[in-house]
Design a protein around this ligand. Structure first.
Ligand code: FE2
Length: 272
């Protein structure tokens, strides 16, 4: 399904240009690049629906597919005012950036010209993209859009993180949410999450290795076969996991994460 976003891309870039005056804005430039990659992933999910055995029913739903791509474009626009005001991407120390994204697109009328239905679905996808868990009461359409944004977002966060986990780049502290760089340490609670098949929480992260484990647990909630396959084929997860220490106590968690990755490669079925 071809979704023309050209006017919306321009609207997004005009909005972003309003943050040119922010000092040391390298982390914000990363967010612009991140946004466009998330849009590409979202478009790929939309294009893969007809071949995804669990999702074929959505393939011809034009409003929903349009909402997926628009929500991907606007999901992180709250990052810009968040960083200008608080100098961090850590929501717990600043503001819920998804709520700020939602308010920004609503107050700026970023979705003018769209139907009420599409606007509603985009707003849901934006507002809920960073929730730890989604309500089972969420309507299937809103759930679909939100899941597509979350999958696309995660896939690109893997790319961003791989660059920063191993290298002392200038924006590293902001990107890695100020966790401590201690190569031999990890938080037992996060390793437990892995063993129990639970997605870890950002608020539990203390060390860089916790971030590696957290990223590993994200494979548990990827919805679309296209995302799982893209992650497995990218080699990004191997890069994330290869930096974990060789301590015997961490071995079971590492094995479990590699097994999850194999599951992604196969595209579906029972989780290990
Ligand atoms: Fe976000």
């Amino acid at each position: 399904m071809n979704i023309d976003l050209s006017s919306y891309r321009q609207r997004f870039l005009d909005y972003v240009s309003g943050f040119r005056d922010v000092p040391d804005a390298a982390p914000l430039r990363l967010k612009v690049e991140h946004t466009f990659r998330v849009v590409e992933h979202a478009q790929r999910i939309v294009d893969s629906l007809a071949e995804d055995a669990f999702e074929t029913a959505w393939a011809e739903n034009a409003d929903v597919c349009r909402a997926v791509v628009l929500a991907a474009l606007y999901h992180d626009c709250g990052r810009f005012p968040q960083f200008r005001r608080y100098r961090t991407f850590l929501d717990a120390k600043s503001v819920n950036h998804a709520l700020l994204s939602f308010q920004t697109i609503r107050d700026g009328d970023f979705l003018r010209g769209e139907t009420r239905r599409v606007r509603h679905l985009v707003q849901c996808g934006v507002l809920l993209h960073n929730r730890y868990a989604l309500s089972s009461k969420l309507a299937p359409e809103a759930r679909f859009v939100t899941d597509a944004v979350r999958d696309s977002d995660k896939l690109d966060i893997f790319r961003v993180m791989v660059g920063y986990l191993d290298h002392a780049l200038p924006e590293r502290d902001a990107v890695l949410l100020h966790v401590q760089d201690e190569p031999d340490r990890w938080t037992p609670k996060i390793a437990e999450d892995v063993m129990e098949g639970r997605v870890s929480r950002y608020t539990d992260l203390k060390f860089v290795n916790d971030f590696r484990l957290l990223l590993g647990t994200w494979t548990l909630e990827l919805r679309f076969a296209a995302t799982r396959r893209a992650l497995a084929e990218s080699g990004l997860m191997e890069s994330v996991l290869s930096g974990l220490p060789d301590a015997p106590a961490l071995l079971p968690a590492k094995k479990k994460l590699y097994a999850l990755l194999e599951h992604c490669r196969e595209g579906g079925g029972e989780r290990p």
